[in-house]
Design a protein around this ligand. Structure first.
Ligand code: ATP
Ligand code: MG
Length: 366
């Protein structure tokens, strides 16, 4: 009894269509038979040609009914199967793709295609979320590490001063306090860089757009790095072509981006003899280049260096003291100006190329 109930439950669509088909066949056969007898008299008295005619109508008609019902059965089955698969996808919150074809049901097939497209998009969004989650975790680890290192030193040195009080010589005390002070400054720079970086990542950041002359901006930058250049025996030059280039930009932010590029040139351009700032107009854009000679950036790292916290291994090990946020800030600022930035480097030159639109038409509407 239970088996029968189960059989009926699992095959109810088939049973339904079998009953309907049988009824339709009976109805059709009866209609043809009645119509023929009404129109032509008793079948037995008909000529064999007429008899064959009636039989053919019955066979063809019944065949069509059987095929039609079979197609409808397959359509109903594929729809039920699709609903079941969609329920699985919804319940398991899965990215499953439906890999069977609805042969006799073009509309169900269209639904399958749409479901697969939605699944694919959901999968991509999920992967993006996972990636963003992973990179956030990584960022927190990096920040904690970079903050903890100077903080440990500060606590260590101040602890020495606090505990040894009067026993310390004035020179030692001054040395420890000086180290703690310079480590505090290092922390301040990191916190400020983090703040600056997070500002460049905000989608709704408001830029303070002004019209500025690149020649003037370059002159200011060169003036502010004059002493450093002198100490490093570096020549600082600028070429602006045409001589007057005026662009719409947030001058503080653009200056910050160029300063990051210039301080990198000082820090990493080992053996460098010059740093050159150039600007050239190309159609409705300007190409700003910060060029230095000196040590080459490995080509495998040329795109990664713009990622936050990324540092080329050699600089990680060196004492240059960066955190790897400088170029991420540059990229953020350039993006906010609807521009692009890239780097090229060979044995002779390392060049950072910032391309910016001359006018911020899109941004000024925002
Ligand atoms: P921060 O700028 O946050 O103090 P950082 O200078 O290490 O730290 P970025 O400015 O993002 O970080 O630079 C990333 C890496 O790119 C550097 O660690 C360095 O290895 C490499 N790099 C950047 N500019 C140059 C350059 N002009 N020449 C050679 N290497 C460079
Ligand atoms: Mg830097």
């Amino acid at each position: 009894m239970k088996k029968l109930a189960l059989f009926l439950k699992h095959n109810r669509t088939k049973i339904y269509y079998a009953v309907v088909t049988t009824l339709l066949l009976l109805l059709f056969s009866w209609s043809v038979y009645s119509a023929a007898t009404m129109a032509l008299g008793r079948l037995q008295s008909l000529s064999s040609l007429w008899q064959w005619g009636v039989i053919s109508v019955l066979v063809i008609g019944d065949g069509i009914i059987v095929i039609w019902q079979y197609v409808r059965l397959r359509q109903a089955e594929s729809l039920t199967r699709l609903i079941h698969d969609m329920q699985t996808i919804a319940n398991d919150n899965s990215d499953m793709q439906i890999d069977w074809q609805a042969m006799y049901a073009p509309q169900t097939q269209a639904l399958i295609d749409v479901t697969n497209t939605i699944s694919k998009h959901t999968q991509a969004i999920r992967e993006e979320e996972r990636e963003s989650e992973r990179s956030k975790d990584e960022m927190i680890t990096n920040i904690s590490h970079d903050l903890r290192t100077p903080l440990t030193a500060i606590i260590g040195y101040l602890g020495l001063v606090e505990m040894n009080g009067t026993q310390l010589s004035a020179a030692d005390r001054a040395k420890y306090i000086h180290t703690a002070y310079s480590k505090s400054n290092q922390m301040k720079v990191l916190v400020e860089d983090l703040f600056e970086f997070s500002k460049t990542q905000a989608h709704d950041a408001v830029l303070n757009m002004t019209t500025l002359s690149l020649g003037d901006l370059f002159a200011q930058l060169i003036a502010s790095y004059e002493i450093e250049a002198h100490e490093h025996h570096l020549a600082l030059t600028q070429i602006v072509d045409p001589e007057l280039i005026v662009i719409e930009a947030d001058s503080d932010k653009l200056a910050r981006a160029l300063m990051n590029l210039m301080s990198n040139a000082f820090k990493y351009g080992e053996g460098a003899t010059f740093i050159k700032l150039t600007a050239q107009v190309k159609a409705d854009e300007v190409e700003i280049r910060v060029i230095n000679d000196g040590i080459k950036i490995p080509s495998a790292a040329l795109t990664d260096i713009f990622d936050r916290f990324y540092r080329v291994e050699s600089s990680r090990n060196s004492q240059t003291g960066g955190t790897g946020l400088g170029l991420a800030i540059v990229k953020g600022i350039v993006n906010q100006h609807h521009g692009r930035v890239r780097a090229t480097s060979d044995d002779d030159l390392t060049t950072f190329i910032v391309t910016l639109p001359l006018k911020q038409t899109i941004n000024s509407d925002q």
